[in-house]
Structure formats: structure tokens, C-alpha cells
Design a protein around this ligand. Sequence first.
Ligand code: HEM
Length: 419
Amino acid sequence: MTKHWPMDANILDPGIFPAEQGPPHPLFDAWRDTDPVHWNPVSPTYVPTIPASSMSKGFWVLTRYQDVFDVSRDQERFSSHDEGFVIWDLEPQELELHRANFMGMRPADHSAVKQVVLPAFAPKALQAIAPELDRLAREIVDEVAGKGRCEFVFDVASKLPVYTFCELMGIPDQLRSKVVELGNAMADVETRSQHTLDPTMQLFAISEELCEQKRRQPDEGLLSTLVHDTTLGLSQLQINMIFLVFSIAGHETTRSTAAHFMHLMATHPQQYERLLSDIDKHLENAIEEVLRYSSTTTNFRRTATVDTEIGGHPVRKGDKIYMSYAAANRDPTVFENPHVFDITRANARRHLAFGTGPHVCIGARLARMELHALLKQILTRMPDFRLDGEPEWLRSIWFNAIVGLPIAFTPEPNAARVV
Ligand code: HEM
């Protein structure tokens, strides 16, 4: 947080944003103050690690809350379909895949698919699975509680989103550990090329096999709903893509938010003490403040569909727009003392960590429930947890993710000891 960069620093340069320990907030602050729609040129030293992508042109970086908000809500002028929603340029084949993705669909197709998937995320449906989420969270914590130490990200945090995804889709328990493994491989989006077997193809194969079963034996899960839906007549490839998107979208994001929560509590003892003084009173808002403060998905991209303006600044048709959720969530015009981590912040929930507008995170309510279930277990069963080594940050220009978090705690005497 103390490091300062010159105004013409390039956020693609190694050491600035593909950096460890999160987004470059001092740089975002400087741009927001004097150049809130900032032109970031292509960096000669930046090499995208995503296969089939490149970076051929610069982009506008939005750092003001209001600009990120307005652009997110206007899909007529700012498209996630035309050129995709990631800041990289995509090869034609890759772009087609992004357009088949829920986030990159043409607006009319997106609303039609949303109508079909939305009931699975409605409050009533989620209330029905709440006891199951509590059970899964308890089961995950049971496995480590007796040990006295664990690596939080993979031993604990990555399991709940994947188990929840299995629950949502109707994936049988025996496939869970395979889906966890593939989910972790998918979540490492910028290093995926290092995996020997393509996790996308493996997830497609699982999706196809399960669809076959659901055709014969329908159930309450989302996959069965998609297979039997008659309004859209989805192809197998479209169903595979929806399966894939939900497996990725809810995974790294929720996993990392849980890891940031633990890290922030361990490094802000007064805040942690306050949380422990009344968990039921503070936990919900503490989760919102962690979402705001860490903004694990730091950005998404839109492309201008017409010559237009953002916050009074002209942009041209075809220009790339980088919406920095990380910067928006630290905008002092919305959040007082934005760099202070405060679990009692009155308006923490106004954050844009889930985006806003037509593509707002469909899993936001579910993510909040998952985090609540898991963290309640941790806070009540291992309240004295502490860092047991240095956290490891993902080197990414997209995710603010902790990928290794060793913790230690007093072992729970009655927990099942797993050696
Ligand atoms: C802490 C956890 C999460 C964070 C921070 C997060 C963040 C986001 C963000 C920033 C967007 C883009 C919004 C936009 O473009 O306006 C998004 C979209 C999406 N998220 Fe999440 N997400 C989380 C959890 C989940 C979960 C649990 C699921 C599902 C199981 C999920 C599924 C999706 C989907 C399908 C979209 C695309 C929505 C659309 O295009 O209409 N997310 N999420």
C-alpha cells in the first residue's frame, strides 16, 4: 500500500499489476483524482499467459465508482459480447467460446437463458439448500479441526464452492473430488496451459455423461432443468458451456474471498476481536467489508459499441474499457476512508465486487450463504487461528487471489482426527 508509481505507469507491467499482494491502489487513487478515465497503452513487456490470447491495443481504465456502475448497467453502449469480457484480445475460436458463455451472450439470448437458470438462485430455492450448505461446511471443517494446522485455501476454502456447485447441478457425491480437482485447475486460469489434461474437456465429458443420466431420470438439479427445458431447446454444447461457466464463476471467487477473510482477520486483530465479541451481529457485514476491501475479481472488460462518453470523457466505438471493481470499491466519494478495513462500515454492502446491471453476479446470494456457513464454523471451532507461514498470492492481472494460506489453531479435542 505504501508503494507509489508514476502516473504513466502501465498496469500490465510486471511488478505493478501482475503483482503479488493485490491491486496497485496508490496508482488507482492517483488516476481517480486526476485522470479517472485513464488510457493504459499496451505494455511492450507484458506477455499474456492465457493461451490463444494477445494484447494488441490499449484500454481505458475506469477507477471511479460511478463510471464502473454506469458502464456495467448499459449493455447497449458497452458490450460484453462483441469482443468478450476479459481484457485480453481473443483469437476467433476463443471469442466464440466466450460468446457462448453466459457472460458473453447477445443480450436477448442472455435474458432467455437467465429466465431458465434464475429460479435455482431465487431466495426460496437457496433457503431450501441452506441446511445442506451448513452440513457441507461442517463436514469440511471436521476434516481439519482436529489437526491444529492446515493450508486453508485448498484444504478448506476451495471445497465448499465445488461441493455447492455439485449440489446445485445434481452431481453425485462420488464425483465430488474429481470436480474439486478440475475446478482448481480451471480456477488457475492464467496457468491452465501447465495442466497436462485439459480440464475443460474433462468437465464437458462429465456434463455429457450426467445429462444422459438426467434425460432418463430427471431430478431437482439445475442440469436436469437445462436438459428438460423446452423453451430454449439448448444444444449439448450450450449446456456444457453453462455447466463450465458455473463451475468456474463460483469457485476461485468464493475460495479467495474466504482466504482474504482469514488473512484480513489475522492481520487486523482489533477488527477480529470485535467480530468475535458478537459473531451473529457482525459476521454478515464483515463478509461484505471483505468483499469490498479485497475485490477478488478485480476487473471485467466491456467494448464500446458506438462513439460515446464515460463520465464526460469521449471514447470511440471499439475501444476497450477496463472496469476496475478494485478501484471502484475504494472510491472515497462512496466509501469514507476507503483503505481502512472496518467490519462495521455502514455502507460496505454498496460494493461492486459482484458487478451490477444485467450481468450482475447471479451467484451473489449463494456466495454470501456459503461464506457465512463456512466462516461461522471456523469462528466457532477454531477462533484462535493464526497465520502459520507466509501467504502465497496468485500472479494475476485479473484475480486478487491468495493461493496458499497456512494457518494454525488449537486442535478441537473431539474432532475426527485425520492423519
Ligand atoms: C465471492 C464470490 C463471487 C464473486 C466476487 C463474484 C463476482 C462476479 C462478478 C464481478 C461478475 C460480473 C458482473 C458483471 O459483469 O457485471 C460475476 C458474474 C457471474 N457470477 Fe459471480 N462471483 C462470485 C460467486 C459466484 C457464484 C457462487 C456463482 C455461481 C454458482 C457465480 C456465478 C456467476 C455467473 C454465472 C456470472 C455471470 C452472470 C451474467 O453474465 O449474467 N458467481 N460474478
